[in-house]
Design a protein around this ligand. Structure first.
Ligand code: F6R
Length: 616
């Protein structure tokens, strides 16, 4: 997830690019950069680590003039966030410069091929590889920029939205997309162009937008109408749309809150998380950390998972997945407890650190201690280049893009997705998962983003339901097996943004105490999807109903039994047991969100909380 902006017209490009970057900063903010070609034909590039404000400081006082330029705000995927890896990148000759959002999966072999042809690289990025390929093609075949872009894109596997300019031809901007969004705003007489990852940077300049489709290349030439072609150079119609952009909602991609946007991001970002790793057509899951550390992982004495909050809930799911598929014992510890418990940990143990931010102080200290005692540390982190990622011996990024709402949503499903792939990949190497189960799991996991999208269609239904619960003071969330951590997560979501007291329990524990709380004023949320403990959950539900408790149940599509018992049900698609958290958590995220909104609370920045907990 990165943001790209570009401009070609008669105005000064730099202020437009900077304003656009600010509006796209929600897409990533670990580094930023801008490139502008001035009247004399000089190409000036400025870059800075961190937010766009840092870039403005770096560029201040330097020549930023010119009416053509490209800019980028980065959420690192290949290469740590530093200046060399920040975009725009520069080609070998110094003539072409490019920004990119996406991941080029075959960057490594392409890089080697280009090295053999004499190319050198200034960064660790996949973007620079694509740019050098474009330059190589341009020079070798003596073709213009748009031809070189088309032919290079035919050689890459992966996702991209790119914008590239040529110092020798400051009247042309070429852009293309596959899998990553790209919009072109048409200004004066359709001959002034604003290009961006979403329409927000266009607001205030134009409301006429052309959305570029996958495998389309757009050539923008000064004073001419835009020309769009596919990768075979066939002409494509330019489909301009009039859009209405509310400037106040810009950074949230049109959603009223980051949290809702991030809940709705889940189908797309989970596809990103699995891209290039889950390969059902090849019958494989490929995680480089598993390939590189195969022996340590399959022969591990035990795994220990350390984390906090929502990440700890994901770890509880990971324990069940790994024990089922790999038959390796897994302990789950609160990082804050682990670090002070003089833990019995050492060589032969693998300690997994789960963290969205990668900066949580307790988790970082826990892995430093584990490392000192000789354990291997495996990071499962979202923020690339973060402290936990750097302190880990190896790891797998979850790649769900920046999570800005304080209540974690897409990071939880991203962690759960990575843990599922990890358990299957290790189990396969270890020989503890059968081929039929492995193949079934690959296919089922691939369906998850579409299944989540179907649940999100119930948003209005859940919003209406939320109104009935706004005045409640306490909630119980109950689930069993794989749904027990989901009950904990549902309760945490509700309490942190709505300030309603909520407790999650394994459903069977209820009769050992919490049932005393149940009366007609106590909503009880049951995770009752059609899985192996279903009948037992029904009995627990009957116990609540007979004490006048109000039941809201998450059930599998087509369930008729629970409908006869619960006051309300929300249906989710069928999945195998080991994948049910990925669907059953979605209605709970939406329920918590809508209750908090109905109470008029600050959903994205709830009181007393911070996105990254860097203190003990
Ligand atoms: C809850 C939430 C927190 C975090 C916890 C760990 O919605 O966001 O509970 O999960 O602070 O943070 P990370 O995952 O960044 O280590």
């Amino acid at each position: 997830m990165c943001g790209i902006v570009a401009y070609l017209g008669s105005r000064e490009a730099y202020p437009i690019l900077i304003k656009g970057l600010h509006r796209l900063e929600y897409r990533g903010y670990d580094s930023a950069g801008v490139a502008v070609i001035n009247e004399a034909g000089d190409l000036n590039i400025y870059k800075a680590v961190g937010k766009v404000a840092n870039l403005e400081q770096v560029a201040a006082g330097h020549d930023c003039s010119g009416t053509i330029g490209i800019a980028h705000t980065r959420w690192a995927t290949h290469g740590v966030p530093n200046e060399a890896n920040a975009h725009p990148h520069l080609s070998q000759s110094g003539e072409l410069t490019m920004v990119h959002n996406g991941i080029i999966e075959n960057a490594s072999p392409l890089r080697n091929q280009l090295k053999e042809k004499g190319f050198t690289f200034r960064s660790d990025t996949d973007t620079e590889v694509l740019l050098q390929l474009i330059e190589y093609t341009q020079k070798k075949h003596g073709v213009d920029l748009v031809c070189a872009v088309r032919s290079s894109l035919k050689k890459v596997i992966g996702a991209y939205a790119i914008a590239v300019i040529d110092r020798k031809d400051p009247g042309t901007l070429v852009a293309a997309r596959k899998g990553s969004p790209l919009a072109v705003g048409l200004g004066e007489a359709n001959c002034e162009f604003f290009l961006a990852s979403d329409a927000s940077p266009l607001a205030g300049y134009t409301n006429k937008v052309v959305y570029i489709n996958d495998e389309e290349v757009v050539e923008l030439r000064r004073g001419e109408e835009p020309a769009i072609t596919n990768l075979n150079a066939d002409k494509v119609d330019v489909r301009a749309k009039e859009i209405d952009i509310d400037v106040n909602m810009l950074d949230k991609g049109g959603f009223p809150h980051f949290m809702l946007k991030e809940i709705f991001d889940q189908p797309a970002v989970l596809r990103d998380c699995m891209r290039g790793r889950l390969l059902p057509s090849h019958h494989r899951i490929i995680l480089s950390a598993v390939t590189e550390h195969r022996e340590e992982l399959i022969h591990a004495r035990r795994f220990i998972m350390v984390s906090c909050g929502t990440s700890w809930h994901a770890a509880l799911i990971g324990k069940q997945l790994i024990e089922q598929f790999c038959r390796i014992p897994v302990e789950v510890a609160y990082a804050s407890e682990f670090r002070y418990s003089d833990p019995v940990v050492g060589p032969g143990d693998v300690v997994f650190a789960l963290s969205q931010s990668g900066e949580t102080a307790d988790t970082l200290s826990a892995i430093q201690l584990a490392s000192e005692r000789g354990a291997m540390v495996f990071g499962i982190v979202n923020a690339v280049g973060s402290s936990i990622a750097r302190a880990s011996d190896t790891g797998t990024y979850i790649h769900v893009g920046p999570e800005i709402g304080v209540a974690s949503t897409k990071a939880f499903t991203g962690q759960t997705t990575v843990l599922t792939m990890l358990a299957l990949a290790i189990g396969w190497e270890k020989g503890t998962v059968s081929e039929s189960l492995y193949l079934e799991a690959l296919e089922a996991l691939e369906q998850i983003p579409d299944q989540i999208a179907r649940i999100l269609e119930k948003d209005d239904e859940i919003k209406a339901l939320a109104q009935e619960y706004v005045d409640k003071r306490h909630f119980l969330y109950l689930g069993r097996g794989m749904n027990y951590p989901v009950a904990l997560e549902g309760a945490l979501k509700l309490k942190e943004i709505s300030y309603i007291h909520a407790e999650g329990y394994p459903a069977a524990e209820m009769k050992h105490g919490p049932i005393a709380l149940v009366d007609e004023d106590m909503p009880v949320v049951f995770l009752a999807t059609h899985h192996n403990l279903y009948e037992k959950i029904i009995s627990n539900m009957q116990e609540v109903v007979s004490r006048k408790g109000k039941v809201l149940a998450i059930v599998s599509e087509g369930d008729t039994v629970v409908k006869g018992i619960a006051q309300h049900v929300i249906e989710v698609p069928h999945t195998p047991n080991y994948l049910c958290p990925l669907v059953s958590v979605i209605p709970l995220q939406l329920l918590a969100y809508h209750i908090a909104v109905a109470k008029g609370l600050n959903v994205d920045q709830p009181r007393n909380l911070a996105k990254s907990v860097t203190v003990e």
